[in-house]
Write a protein that binds this ligand. Structure first.
Ligand code: ATP
Length: 877
């Protein structure tokens, strides 16, 4: 029979499980038999397909044609080398794609969904894919349901099943048996994989996993998330296309010039051979001009950046965030747990009518004092084991510790008393209520934020007597609340209400007409590195803003303590914000550094206001209701401890919940962009150098300074490795001292274009001079000189490309071992071209000796030294 038509106990029996769950071994056995709880994903392209795909590239096709032409001309060695170039380029491209793919997968793995399951009688968090039939899973607001199942408990549980039913309203979930066949939307005692818990909590028996779930049957395959291109990658792609067209025109011109020379020449040369050679040379020029490795280098540098961020606890979920992070101007952050340690300790209490707090001596306690302690531990879902292991919300574990300290034995008390009903805590209501029987009376015990509690209390308990809460009494409690809050303490208020015997369910409306019992105040110290991090962000032109659910005074006190709130800054509550018009908010926005008691709508309004000012805004969040704000932000940042839905809506997840990790990630984001710029600058400068030399020769009617083969070889060796090594540069010392980068700023801004041109012209000049010197002996010598100078200058340029502003002496020769390695490998590979036997292929005549080498080296070094001198002069200015 269908699980929804069966009693929960029957389902338990049928699946061989119980309310305390199955054992770990049993779970393993079932996993081995039934497989993992994951939907089949679309198969990835195998390596050979990726490899073949590289041959679709226009450049590769042209090269293939060139190789065929060479073969037809009988130039077997040349054509083999062109094939090798193509092959190597394809292999490198496949390796890079695979590497980027695997680092993205590793990131996805890190933010994979998890589930709270009972195993061996204890609650455990396991990866959702390890769930199996018969598991008992707990659900809380914000969780995605990890499998299909039959509910065994439900407390105000509401689930949005829109993806299955098309219904946008969340469905109320109950545990009662359904008597007849029902459609998915009517199976109110079932939960379905992929739906979202929007309110309350519950637990269910897993009845179906993976492909057997309702969603598994609809979506037979899930598409593995397409890795979206970042804005920079898109811009670069467009740029490459335009560059390609430019280069094409250039190559046609070069071909035309050479053809004209043949046509109008002395007529001695073999025409066909001459044209075909001119064609191959033009193709080689195109290869030399276009940095083929561009897009894969950008992907890899980003992947390296995300790995580094992950090590620093910031897990990127959407690649474009790496880039956006570097442009962030505003960080809107939660307080509790992000700026503070979320390690709460009760330091003070207040009981009306008593000047000091709750007495430590049990026998001296009044009824009010005892009741306050009872509410603190009974209106509480957390637990602390005998060994001190804490489970649950730190605000609540603090109360358990406090109960222990007061000699209450919360664990025993909670075993003795049965919880009859409850309204779980949610951060919108800022309250929580449970129903217990105390001293024969059925009471609703409530705790919550003082401001919301005061609004709902009509009476106050003084010396065991309920009195009307008049203005004078209220003022006394409110003053006490302010005093605590001024000291950065988190205050909770406690109340109760008698509940009629026949009342069977608890609604939010019941949280009215309460009797106020007292207050507790707890300290939550700021995280140690937070003040330094806020200062660092400030010097990097980034504004940190606290947006908290906590009380205004407490928030301000902490804001001041950590340096987030400065002289003249404003603090606003959500209610005050609601009263401001758009214009008023716009005018005040820059001065507000703390928002307290905010609602999710407030968060969205604050982000929009900053975005309207053109500021890239990051926002943290953890709850169900934070999802829209996290999506609205330019970078949504979810807490590692937060809900599934918050993580799902975010671009980044903070594994350690720590504000400091955001600022660190911004630093890495900026460095990633810097390094991409360096790699690209290096590629373009080198290519420009070669092109300048070629154009100079072609249009001055000189012989070609390089052979096609030489150009292809240089391109092959010089393009990838040094550029990648530059992508691994450490951060620049001023990375967190500059203002954020404008998001629309191109890759060639900030002096990059000038330095590319300077470096390109210098390389080109060195090659031309060298070519000229060689030509004095013979054309062959000229070509050999030009080739060796270009090799040396391009490779040595790697050092210069390490910084746009600092000279290599400042940066240090040994500070990037990847660059050293890349340069060494380049020289090693170039060494092949001078080996006896091989040198002929690369057109290096036997006469080319050490003296010629010295001249080439001297010229290349001179070019690089000049680059550094110009950099130093520009820097001075
Ligand atoms: P932040 O938004 O910076 O994380 P926060 O932790 O104060 O701050 P919430 O967890 O939404 O935000 O809590 C909002 C308010 O609800 C708290 O300031 C407190 O007054 C009250 N509160 C927090 N936890 C509980 C709880 N377990 N039971 C009852 N009330 C609570």
């Amino acid at each position: 029979m269908k699980a929804y038509r069966m009693d929960a106990e029957e389902v338990l029996k049928e699946l061989g499980t119980q309310r305390a769950g199955i054992s770990q071994e049993e779970a393993q056995r079932r996993l081995d038999a039934d497989g993992y709880n994951e939907l089949k994903s679309k198969e990835k392209d195998p390596v050979w397909k990726l490899f073949l795909a590289t041959f679709k590239d226009a450049m590769v096709i042209v090269l293939l044609v060139a190789a065929a032409v060479q073969l037809a001309l009988g130039e077997v060695v040349e054509s083999i080398i062109i094939f090798l170039v193509i092959l190597l380029n394809s292999v490198i491209s496949v390796v890079q794609t695979k590497k980027a793919e695997s680092s993205l997968e590793a990131l996805q793995e890190m933010s994979a969904p998890s589930a709270k399951v009972m195993r061996d009688g204890e609650s455990k968090t396991v990866p959702a894919k390890e769930l199996t039939k018969g598991d008992i899973v707990q659900l809380d607001a914000g969780d995605y349901v990890p499998a299909d199942g039959r509910l065994i408990s439900s407390e105000s549980l509401k689930i949005n099943e829109g993806m299955l039913t098309g219904e946008s309203e969340a469905a109320d979930k109950k545990t009662e048996v359904i008597e007849e066949d029902a459609s998915i939307g009517d199976r109110i005692n079932m939960v379905h994989s992929g739906s979202l818990v929007v309110n309350g909590r519950g637990s269910f028996i897993v009845t179906a996993i993976a492909q057997d779930t309702e969603i598994g049957q609809i979506a037979n395959m899930i598409e593995t998330a397409e890795s979206k291109q970042t804005p920079l990658q898109k811009k670069l792609d467009e740029f490459s296309k335009r560059l390609g067209i430019g280069v094409l025109v250039l190559c046609i011109l070069i071909f035309a010039a050479q053809a004209a020379r043949l046509w109008f020449g002395d007529g001695q040369a073999d025409m066909t051979q001459g044209f075909l050679n001119a064609f191959t040379f033009s193709v080689a020029v195109a290869v030399a001009a276009i940095p083929e490795a561009l897009s894969s280098i950008v992907t890899i540098v980003m992947a390296v950046g995300t790995t580094k961020m992950a090590k620093q606890q910031a897990i990127i979920r959407r690649l474009p965030a790496v880039e956006t992070l570097g442009s962030t101007r505003v960080i809107c952050t939660d307080k509790t747990g992000t700026l503070t340690q979320n390690k709460m300790t009760v330091t003070d209490t207040f009981v009306p009518g008593k000047s000091e707090g709750i007495s430590e001596d049990e026998s001296a306690r009044s009824k009010s004092e005892q009741l306050l302690l009872n509410i603190a531990v009974l209106c509480n879902d957390s637990s602390v084991s005998e060994e001190g292991a804490e489970i649950g919300d730190p605000t609540e574990t603090a109360l358990i510790h406090f109960g222990n300290k007061m000699g209450l034995d919360p664990a025993r008390l909670r075993k003795e008393k049965e919880r009859e009903m409850e309204l779980p805590f949610d951060s919108d209501r800022k309250m929580m209520s449970t129903v217990y029987r105390l001293d024969g009376e059925r009471l609703m015990l409530t705790k919550g934020g003082p401001d919301v509690m005061f609004e709902r209390c009509t009476h106050i308990l003084i010396d065991g007597e309920e009195q009307t809460l008049d203005e004078m009494l209220l003022k006394e409690v409110m003053d006490q609340n302010e005093t605590f809050s001024d000291n950065a303490l988190r205050v909770l208020a406690y109340g109760y209400k008698k509940i009629p015997e026949d009342k069977r369910s608890l609604e939010e409306q019941d949280e009215q007409d309460l009797v106020l019992v007292g207050l507790t105040a707890m300290i939550d110290p700021p995280r140690e590195a937070v003040p330094a991090s806020i200062a660092e962000a400030r010097s990097a032109g980034i504004r940190s803003i606290m947006i908290t659910g906590d009380h205004n005074t407490t928030a301000q006190a902490i804001g001041k303590e950590i340096g987030l709130m400065e002289e003249g800054d404003l603090a606003l509550t959500g209610k005050e914000l609601d009263k401001l018009s758009e214009e008023e908010l716009d005018e005040k926005l820059g001065r507000i550094s703390v928002y307290a008691r905010v609602s999710p709508e407030n968060k969205i309004r604050i982000i929009r206001a900053w975005q309207n000012k053109g500021s890239i805004t990051a926002m943290t969040g953890d709850g169900v209701n934070d999802a829209p704000a996290l999506k609205q932000a330019d970078i949504g940042i979810a807490m590692g401890s937060g809900t599934d839905v918050a993580k799902d809506s975010s671009a980044m997840v903070l594994a350690d919940d720590n504000f400091v990790s955001i600022v660190n990630a911004v630093g890495v984001g900026r460095t990633v962009f810097d390094n991409i710029k360096k790699a690209i600058g290096y590629l373009f400068a080198g290519n420009l150098g070669a092109i300048i030399a070629i154009l100079f020769a072609v249009f001055l009617n000189m012989p070609n300074p390089f052979t096609a083969l030489q150009l292809l070889f240089i391109n092959l060796i010089n393009d990838s490795l040094p550029a990648l090594a530059l992508g691994m540069e450490k951060e620049e010392p001023d990375v967190m001292k500059r203002k954020p980068r404008d998001i629309n700023e191109g890759i060639f801004s900030g002096g990059t274009l000038q330095s590319v041109i300077v470096r390109g012209v210098l390389i080109g000049a060195a090659v031309i001079v060298s070519f000229y010197i060689g030509l004095q002996h013979s054309t062959e010598m000229g070509i050999a000189m030009a080739f060796t100078t270009l090799i040396l200058a391009r490779t040595l340029q790697t050092f210069s490309a390490r910084s746009n502003t600092q000279t290599i002496f400042k940066v240090g020769f040994l500070t990037n071992k990847y660059v050293l390695g890349a340069v060494a490998i380049c020289f090693l590979l170039y060494g092949v071209t001078v080996l006896p036997g091989v040198r002929r292929i690369f057109s290096i005549p036997d006469a080319f000796g050490w003296r010629d080498w010295s001249i080439a080296t001297g010229l290349a070094l001179a070019a690089v030294i000049l680059m550094e001198i110009i950099k130093a002069i520009r820097n001075r200015r």
